[in-house]
Design a protein around this ligand. Structure first.
Ligand SMILES: *[C@@H]1O[C@H](CO)[C@@H](O)[C@H](O)[C@H]1NC(C)=O
Ligand SMILES: *[C@@H]1O[C@H](CO)[C@@H](O)[C@H](O)[C@H]1NC(C)=O
Length: 534
């Protein structure tokens, strides 16, 4: 591990040193981009500026709903370009290209979005630019983590479904080629959640754009994903309802589930290696006669009944599965119990589907509406197709999914994998040629978690910045680079158990590629040697 850090650091140092004489030229070319780059009438340059390592980039246009910090610190010298691109007469996107001084490997990378995603992924741009990727990120066709701009504007929904990522990718390639005056060698995509769905969209419909696609915790089948969160809320009721659980009661339920399932894998380490094999007895938390939550920390039979229903898969009026069940061992999101209609569900129905700000979740959300939405599937946003096109290109797709994801059930990623397998008639070893899926036990939604969750993916690096012992050359991104550029296909995915509270690396695990599973061999839970694949 130590020698790999040294090698990486040394190679960055020497390549930067070699680039120094060119610095002035690079800087001038960058600052002039607003005059020199004009690919078509739809594209406008908003800004071009040279940024040295350590620059403080304020993000004035990031909408308050975007949650990320209002500023980002760069790691390496680079050129920043901001563009506006029209996608139709009523819609358009904003995008940035962060192009590092050291571009010796000529790698191009596009980043995705999250949630209802109109937020540029600045922290990830800083990270991947530092790894030498000319990095593109965009606002997905609207500003903010909100669907409001979709109201009566189908162009914005179309951007969200597929067009923004496709357009930004193409324009970004032109910008990078123009700036460096040379063709790129390899093109990559990385995203998680909505960004995972965008990655699958590219893999399904325009795989020619990327040699390697990393799709984390993908939000595909997104209409039914929004619907099941609405369903959760309906099942559990509001504060004061007999079925309702508050946050503390959910935490108690999660502890009870862990107590029943943590040891199924032989390791009582707070991580359920395979939540799909966990079928808890929720009734174990039910009060005996005369007991209460206040006196005994137990739940009523009505509450337990609601929890049992919460954990069932979600079926349509035709009896077909709409969405698989919640991961046992994951923490439920507060939308389930905070008494407000679930934000994403409410926004999606109001603005993207019904075009009616008065659509009322409590009055109007129903299984009939869910079925109608499923049939409508605006602009193919569900992103549920096989990978025939990807296979033909010979390009690669790597998906991963945290197995304690409280927002998007990891079952959905297994389900998609098996769907692709069946619909293309390919066994897992045939799929291995172009599509590999890594379940990540102990990882929450995209980042964090009780186990070895850190893989150097989307939304992760900025949170661990400064913690010692985290090299970047075994990240999922560089793992994909090795697959694409050297033909070294990953069998396992290196992950670190990072405690964000104390800022320490507690352990390491190499997660197995589905359909193999992590198995405990004995010894220190936190040592990667204690785990194998079977
Ligand atoms: C970056 O700039 C912002 C806005 O001026 C400021 O609030 C922030 O403290 C700065 N961050 C650092 C690390 O200098
Ligand atoms: C929502 O429910 C209300 C009350 O039942 C009804 O009057 C209204 O038409 C519904 N709106 C939609 C868009 O279905």
């Amino acid at each position: 591990m130590k020698s790999s850090i040294l090698t990486w650091t040394a190679s960055v140092f020497f390549s930067l040193a070699a680039a120094v004489p060119q610095q002035g030229k690079f800087e001038r070319r960058c600052n002039r981009l607003a005059q020199t780059f004009s690919p078509d009438s739809k594209t406008t340059v908003l800004l071009s500026e040279y940024l040295p390592a350590g620059a403080n980039v304020t993000n004035p246009d990031n909408h308050p709903s975007c949650q990320s910090k209002p500023f980002t610190i760069t790691y390496v010298d680079m050129c920043r370009l901001r563009l506006k691109v029209a996608t139709s007469s009523t819609s358009g996107l904003e995008m940035e290209a962060w192009m590092p001084v050291d571009w010796s490997k000529k790698r191009y990378l596009v980043l995705g979005n999250g949630g209802l995603g109109g937020c540029i992924a600045y922290p990830d741009m800083a990270y991947t630019a530092s790894l030498g990727f000319a990095t593109i990120a965009h606002n997905n066709g609207h500003l903010g983590d909100t669907a409001e701009p979709m109201l009566n504007n189908p162009g914005v929904v179309e951007d969200y479904a597929y067009r923004a990522i496709k357009t930004a990718t193409k324009v970004g390639k032109k910008a990078v080629r123009h700036f460096y005056q040379t063709a790129l060698k390899n093109s990559y995509y990385m995203g998680c959640s909505s960004g995972g769905r965008q990655g699958l969209k590219a893999a399904q419909d325009f795989p020619e754009e990327f040699d390697g696609i990393i799709a984390g915790a993908p939000a595909n089948d997104i209409n039914n994903l929004f619907s099941i969160v609405g369903h959760y809320y309906k099942v559990m009721g509001k504060p004061g309802d007999a079925t309702h659980l508050n946050g503390d009661q959910w935490a108690a339920m999660r502890n009870m589930i862990l107590s029943q399932c943590d040891s199924l894998d032989g390791a009582a380490d707070g991580v359920i290696e395979e939540p799909r094999s966990c079928n808890p007895r929720f009734e174990a938390l039910m009060c005996a006669t005369g007991q209460t939550w206040a006196s005994h920390g137990c739940l009523t039979s009505k509450q337990v009944g609601a929890v049992r229903k919460f954990f069932e898969p979600y079926y349509g009026t035709d009896g077909n599965l709409l969405y698989p069940r919640f991961d046992p061992g994951a923490e439920v999101i507060s939308d389930v119990y905070d008494g407000q209609p679930p934000y994403f569900t409410d926004q999606w129905f109001k603005y993207a589907v019904k075009n009616d700000p008065n659509w009322d979740f409590d009055a109007n959300f129903s299984l009939q509406e869910v079925m109608a939405l499923n049939a409508l599937d605006p602009f193919g946003v569900s992103t549920w197709k096989d990978l025939k096109k990807l296979k033909r290109t010979g390009h690669k797709l790597l998906t991963y999914h945290g197995l304690q994801d409280g927002l998007i059930s990891s079952e959905n990623s297994y389900r998609y994998y098996e769907y692709v397998s069946r619909s293309m008639g390919l066994t897992s070893s045939q799929l291995d040629q172009f599509y590999r899926y890594f379940p990540i036990s102990g990882q929450s939604h995209c980042w964090g978690g009780a186990g070895s969750w850190y893989i150097g993916a989307t939304s992760q690096f900025a949170r661990v910045r400064g913690i010692p012992g985290i090299p970047s050359d075994d990240s999922v991104l560089m793992t994909m680079v090795k697959w694409v550029e050297q033909g070294v296909a990953p069998e396992r995915l290196r992950a670190r158990n990072i405690d964000l509270q104390t800022g320490t690396v507690k352990g390491m695990k190499d997660h197995c590629k589905w359909p193999k599973k992590n198995v405990y061999l004995g010894g220190d839970f936190n040592a990667k040697e204690s785990w194998g694949c079977q």
